[in-house]
Design a protein around this ligand. Structure first.
Ligand code: FES
Ligand code: FE
Length: 391
């Protein structure tokens, strides 16, 4: 489960001396394999949006570590997920990463065993079948699938915990006023970062780097410019909360409305948000280890992670808008700002990664403001501690 926000005292941050994970956890091949086994192969992982699989026979491939999973919409409209492996002698079934199947069957390119889109083995073109062979015993290997608000997740565990919804931190309830399911993708950006996947999440979980790394973002969100993640991180917050200082009366600078280059919205805003949600500037929901989503007043943005290796991680960001707003919104102003922040984070994550191989650096040390980073480390340690390798 993700860390419990109530376990931390944000006013005081971390009160005891805490170390980071050992350096080798960020570059060692064995540590990476253990992360795959203990975390990625048994967590809910975002694949795509349901809208990406809108039509029957549409499919997407998700590659995680050594595993390939085909996610498809069958001819009846149901979403299904399978290992991309034939039950005969284990050949790969689909070779493409995404597209539309040409038939209502998945046919292996090797000896043409065919499977229905429900995963049943329906055709074995051999002259005869061995005694005792029953096609019903050889369906495709099913993978658990769960949809949360139009986002498709899979879980490689044969006995997964909960559902995609239960993988979100508690803040996800705060996004219920955003019409996530009906939004359409205005822009998509994929980037390969040369860093371990945990470096991304560590950077995500603190804003000590913001004043130095994100100059424009720090101007837009003044508290970030002070190296703080949230207003309640400031011991002085309660004293200032009721004054007119824009730094305390709202999360964005005075007059700003959203995350864009000029701080302004360039199209309609979502109608169902509360005044507090409109004032917040940005509200996040996180599903470790594979994604977060952030809601702004006029758009949402998802960020999906896929680990590619011990020191490489793929990011896919999507900017989501109301369908009718897309035509009248200047998304360039919005996309450019988000891309700048993403590039700044990616660059500093790669610099972080480069230093970690020093033979003298066994582990780092955390500052009080890095309490969320510590909670992330506890989550990682907890996933490893609860992992039992298959006998
Ligand atoms: Fe698939 Fe032989 S390996 S049909
Ligand atoms: Fe950042």
């Amino acid at each position: 489960m993700p860390p419990n926000p109530s376990e931390c005292d944000p006013y005081n941050g971390l009160t005891s001396l805490q170390q980071t994970l050992p350096s080798a956890a960020y570059w060692d091949a064995d540590a990476y394999r253990r992360d795959l086994d203990a975390i990625w192969y048994r967590s809910w992982l975002m694949v795509c949006r349901e809208a990406d699989l809108a039509e029957p026979l549409a499919f997407r491939m998700l590659r995680i570590g050594s595993q390939e999973i085909v996610v498809l919409r069958d001819e009846t409209g149901s979403l299904r997920a399978f290992h991309n492996t034939c039950r005969h002698r284990g050949s790969q079934l689909c070779q493409e990463s995404a597209g539309r199947l040409k038939a209502r069957l998945l046919t292996c390119p090797y000896h043409a065993w065919s499977y229905s889109l429900r995963g049943d083995l329906v055709r074995v073109p051999s002259k005869s079948l061995p005694e005792g062979f029953d096609k019903a015993d050889y369906p495709l290997y099913h993978v658990a699938l769960s949809v949360w608000r139009g986002l498709v997740f899979i879980n490689l565990s044969e006995d997964p915990d909960g559902s995609a919804e239960s993988s979100f931190d508690r803040a996800s309830g705060h996004l219920s006023n955003w019409p996530l399911e009906t939004l359409v993708t205005g822009h998509r950006l994929t980037k390969v970062m040369n860093c371990n996947w945990k470096i991304f999440w560590e950077n995500f979980n603190e804003c000590l780097h913001c004043p130095g790394v994100h100059k424009d973002l720090s101007r837009l969100v003044p508290i970030y410019g002070r190296g703080l993640m949230a207003r309640h991180d400031d011991p002085e917050w309660a004293r200032h909360a009721d004054n007119d200082d824009p730094e305390f009366s709202g999360r964005l600078r005075a007059g700003a409305e959203t995350w864009s280059q000029d701080g302004h919205v360039h199209g309609p805003v979502f109608s169902g948000l509360t005044p507090a949600e409109r004032a917040a500037g940005q509200i996040y929901a996180t599903s470790l280890p594979s994604m977060f989503i952030v809601g702004h007043v006029d758009y949402m943005r998802t960020m999906r992670l896929v680990p590619l290796g011990p020191e490489q991680t793929e990011l896919t960001a999507e900017w989501l808008f109301a369908p009718d707003a897309l035509a009248e919104t200047d998304i360039d102003n919005i996309v450019a700002f988000g891309t700048q922040v993403l590039e700044e984070d990616a660059a500093i994550c790669e610099i972080n990664q480069k230093g970690l191989r020093s033979m003298r650096h066994e582990a780092g040390v955390l500052m009080p403001e890095e309490y969320d980073l510590h909670r992330f480390h506890d989550w990682v340690r907890g996933r490893h501690a609860s992992y039992q390798p298959r006998a």
